[in-house]
Design a protein around this ligand. Structure first.
Ligand code: MGD
Ligand code: MGD
Ligand code: SF4
Ligand code: MO
Length: 740
């Protein structure tokens, strides 16, 4: 760790997470002044290289300070519309990942000679030959579709290209079926468009914001947190629906500690009140929406009195908050959420959220949802990819009627069962399937069925432990990735470029994918000599240049009007061309055309629902070995309600284990006894409980939520995995250990 990034500074930045969302996103210079220390002097020999953060998927523009070939600190690029010159604690801690001594630094081949399995270091040439040879064997024996890609994040495009060149349709990322899939589908069915990333919400100008679960301030998507702070600074009315007293709840005018799983009841009751009391935006609804009468027929019975019994939220409060939503409309946002794979009826819950926003007239309106544009960067011209001869193995578009992105869980299950056809090789790029997909037993069974699995990662993670071949990628600070075009209040194109030379032995993803393609005879799909050539070609086609991009890191362009009132085109790409309060598409496929309430099973006496979320200091399961972040948030804790803990004789700070209904026991985890959670659930930060011993700092810290998720509820509309259906009992760690 560079000496000038003192740990105290980090404490200071991250500690803001609990107090003020704004303080959690100060830039490093502010952080130093906050902590009373002097910022490190900017020596003349400091070089500042603009690039893009990849400590999470938000992708903020950065300025990396480099001295003598080492990165000394990372700040936000003030010209970047996502960072606006500020980074979250994880972005600042990119150096901790770059200089992590446990990083993968050479290709490794699983060697089973002599009866024992062990990792053998290999040269890149040998490793790439091996990858190509094994992939080719599967391709010849079973057809190209037998090769699947699991991937996530900014480097994915290189391996998606490789998979397409091979001729397989089977790519999947956890960002759909374990994250935002149901939200995107629910909004598409209603407005003809999903909320996208960054979400098309104008939070800074909103007057009322409703967060269902979305725990901004712990969920540290940078721009979202900055706008949230602006909203709070202006005295916006924040309503937080969460069974746990989250950081956002601590800022709210109303905290509604809902019974987990009952959000649909609350949403339907809000819709009922808004229709019943004619509080909806009549002009807007008359002009743009279809199906109002059908909606009313479906929801009239969902009164606040009825919802009280389901949600535990008093009818009076449901009435009052419904009126507050309407009063601020159209500057009211019922947040679409992001990780929404909760209970299996998540697409319908997202539909209810979309419908509520439509009634409030907030879609396409200032202080509500803006209309997105796109700055098109033409692709690098390559020959047409071969057409796969088989349909997708995960059934997307067929058995899964409304999903339109690959599903990790179903691709995994196709591998496990050999149905609809055998999948025999996995390429796993930057995704830790052991931590991000429920049903770990099934994941292991699927891996057992493979002829070959390769993992491209930066760390010896839990998933790399299962591979036949590990290929060490260099980190985002050491490589180029493809361009990212996006939009906020401006259109932008961002560049990721190397800030320092790659750690010896590691290589960028673009090169790994190209070198494998070359060995498989697929070089015509990778016709560039190197990635700068690729990037420059694309940028030139967009009338820009790599030379400029390298200097600035980001290009921005003014947007046309974003709101209907400013002249943004009113367009809804639904079947009827209207906002569909009643969905014909759903009706035609035999689903409820308007959202309905189903009660989810509750944990039996003595058990708790397992819920989970984020720490401001960690990204999923990949930052737990980063000294800068771990120092501040060293292990996850299990939150339990004070009364429950007392009844069970459990004390704050002691170690417990969680047991699920299938006899799986968690690693020991520290108990946090608090009034800030309902008695029917326990809460944990996701991503801990790593079992790879090569992770010197992360190994043995905290427990994994995923390891307990044998069960999950599949959303019939989009195939996503609802992950809040696990019940656990909680026992003292020592006592639990005796039982086993
Ligand atoms: N620091 C950090 N920030 C991140 C990430 C990260 O890894 N680290 N990941 C990013 C990504 S990809 C995503 S998708 C987002 C996810 O972040 P969000 O979309 O905000 O996540 P959720 O899982 O929806 O919300 C978790 C909250 O839901 C509450 N909750 C649990 N059950 C229920 C329920 O039944 N009803 C209601 N109303 N609330 C419930 C939990 O108590 C918790 O406070 O975070 C993003 N931001
Ligand atoms: N139980 C449970 N499951 C969840 C969630 C949860 O809250 N609880 N959250 C869900 C959500 S919202 C999402 S979006 C997904 C996220 O799931 P993923 O995005 O797959 O996140 P991780 O599981 O941390 O796996 C990321 C892997 O990428 C590696 N990596 C990081 N940077 C690089 C890089 O630059 N190059 C390469 N090659 N590898 C890199 C890390 O070392 C790690 O092994 O998980 C979902 N699954
Ligand atoms: S939100 Fe934080 S970790 Fe994510 S890209 Fe931005 S600075 Fe990096
Ligand atoms: Mo996510």
């Amino acid at each position: 760790m560079p000496a000038n990034l003192s740990r105290r500074t980090f404490l200071k930045i991250a500690a803001g997470g609990a107090g003020a969302a704004a303080a959690a996103t100060v830039n490093t210079a502010d952080a130093f002044s906050l902590s009373g220390e002097k910022p490190p002097p900017r020596l003349a020999s400091d070089t500042v290289v603009p690039s893009t953060c990849a400590m999470c998927y938000w992708q903020c523009g950065i300025h990396a300070h480099v001295k003598n070939g080492r990165v000394t600190r990372i700040e936000g690029n003030p010209d970047d519309p996502l960072s606006r010159g500020r980074l979250c604690p994880r972005g600042v801690a990119g150096v901790g990942q770059l200089y992590d001594p446990d990083r993968l630094r050479t290709p490794l081949i699983r060697d089973s000679s002599g009866g024992n399995q062990f990792w053998r270091e290999a040269s890149w040439d040998e490793a790439l030959d091996y990858a190509a040879e094994r992939l080719d064997a599967v391709r010849k024996k079973y057809g190209p579709e037998a090769i699947a890609l699991f991937t996530h994040g900014p480097g994915s495009s290189h391996f998606r290209r490789l998979l397409k060149a091979i001729g397989s349709p089977n790519a999947a990322a956890s960002s759909f079926g374990q994250c935002r899939g149901p939200r995107d589908v629910g909004f598409e069915l209603t407005f003809g468009m999903g909320p996208g990333s960054p979400e098309n919400i104008d939070v800074a100008n909103a007057e009322c914001l409703v967060l269902l679960g979305s725990h901004l301030g712990e969920n540290m998507h940078n721009t979202a947190v900055q706008e949230f702070s602006e909203f709070l600074g202006k005295g916006g009315n924040l309503i937080v629906v969460d069974p746990r007293f989250s950081i956002a709840a601590s800022k709210a005018r109303h905290w509604l500690p809902i019974r987990p799983g009952a959000d649909m009841a609350l949403l339907l009751a809000w819709i009922q009140v808004i229709l019943n009391e004619r509080l909806y935006d009549k002009d807007y609804v008359n002009s743009y929406c279809s199906g109002l009468d059908d909606l009313w027929r479906a929801v009239w019975q969902y009164t606040p009195d009825w919802a009280y019994a389901e949600t535990g939220i008093e009818a009076r409060l449901i009435h009052q908050t419904a009126r507050e939503l309407a009063k601020a409309s159209p500057r009211t946002i019922v947040h679409p959420g992001r990780h929404v794979t909760w209970y299996g009826d998540d697409t319908q819950r997202s539909r209810a959220i979309a419908i509520l926003n439509a009634l409030l007239g907030s879609w396409g309106r200032k202080g509500g949802f803006y209309m997105r544009g796109r700055w098109r960067v033409p692709p690098y011209p390559v020959p047409k990819f071969p057409k796969p001869q088989k349909p997708r193995a995960d059934g997307v578009g067929e058995d899964v009627p409304f999903g339109h992105e690959g599903l990790v869980n179903r691709m995994r299950d196709a591998t496990r069962t050999g149905k609809p056809y055998p999948i025999k090789a996995w390429m796993v790029y930057a995704t830790n399937l052991i931590h991000n997909t429920p049903g770990v037993k099934e994941t292991r069974e699927a891996i057992d069925k493979l002829d070959f699995m390769m993992a491209v990662d930066i760390m010896p993670s839990d998933i790399t432990g299962y591979a036949d071949l590990i290929l060490p990628e260099c980190t985002y600070l050491e490589r180029y990735d493809d361009l990212r075009a996006g939009a906020t209040d401006v259109d932008f194109i961002q560049l990721r470029q190397p800030v320092v030379a790659p750690l010896k032995g590691t290589r960028p993803g673009w090169q790994i994918a190209k070198d494998i393609a070359l060995r498989l005879g697929l070089e015509k799909f990778f016709p560039w000599r190197n990635f700068p050539e690729y990037l420059d070609k694309r940028l030139r086609l967009a009338k820009l240049s790599l030379r400029d991009a390298r200097k600035r890191g980001v290009f921005t362009r003014e947007r046309g009007p974003r709101f209907f009132e400013d002249g943004a085109p009113v367009r809804f790409s639904t079947e009827t061309g209207k906002i569909e309060l009643f969905s014909l598409a759903l009706l035609q496929r035999g689903f409820d055309p308007t959202p309905k309430y189903t009660r989810h099973p509750e944990p039996p006496l003595g058990k708790f629902r397992l819920i989970y979320g984020r720490s401001a200091n960690h990204t999923f399961a990949w930052t737990q070995n980063n000294p800068l972040l771990l120092d501040h948030y060293p292990e996850n804790v299990a939150w339990m309600n004070t009364g429950e803990a007392r009844a069970k004789g459990l004390e704050d700070g002691e170690y417990v284990r969680l047991y699920n209904d299938d006899g799986v026991m968690s690693l020991p985890v520290k108990l946090k006894v608090t009034e800030g959670i309902r008695p029917d659930c326990v809460y944990m930060v996701h991503g801990f409980g790593q079992t790879n011993e090569k992770l010197g700092l992360a190994f043995g810290k905290g427990a994994s939520d995923t390891a307990l998720m044998n069960r999950y509820a599949v959303d019939p509309l989009c195939g996503a995995t609802g992950m809040r259906v696990t019940f656990v009992r909680v026992e003292k760690a020592a006592a639990a250990a005796r039982e086993v």
